[in-house]
Design a protein. Structure first.
Length: 158
């Protein structure tokens, strides 16, 4: 079982359609569940303290959705950058070690709290570049699909 916990909803139809396509492609391989929580709205002139409150609140909501048995992978700008092949090996290594519930977490636009960062079993950086959270979700789902294709040595049609 793979779970994606994300702050915010996908707004653009094109992104929704692409995500739906990859979810459909993953059906033969793994059960995938995407859970979205509401993103807090901050004023443009929000203080650092306000931002910290939002980060903590969003992170606490996310933490309530994670059970102790979940293997948690946090998308994090300061995480480890891996190749698609290494990502595939990582996922399937978790299955071998009995971690059959993998939860990927995509925090809000202001990041996540230290408590959520500490709960992560692995911190993944999807790129040196910065992407909007909606696009990060699409990239993550595509890479999960690619990981299965790599693992089963199946061709991947771009």
């Amino acid at each position: 079982m793979i779970r994606i916990l994300a702050v915010g909803k996908i707004k653009e139809k094109a992104n929704k359609d692409l995500i739906s396509e990859y979810v459909k492609r993953l059906i033969p391989y793994v059960k995938l569940d995407i859970i979205e929580i509401d993103e807090a709205i901050l004023a443009k002139n929000a203080s650092d303290a306000d931002i910290e409150i939002v980060k903590r609140a969003e992170s606490e909501k996310l933490l309530t959705l994670i059970s102790p048995s979940h293997h948690v992978v946090l998308l994090d700008l300061s995480g480890k950058n891996v190749s698609s092949t290494d990502f595939s090996h990582y996922i399937f290594k978790q299955y071998v070690h009995g971690n059959s519930d993998i939860t990927f977490v995509i925090g809000g636009s202001h990041g996540v709290s230290d408590s959520l960062r500490k709960r992560a079993d692995f911190r993944l950086k999807i790129s040196e570049m910065t992407f909007p959270h909606q696009l990060a979700r699409l990239i993550l789902i595509e890479q999960i699909y690619r990981a299965y294709k790599i693992h089963y040595n199946e061709p991947y049609h771009k």
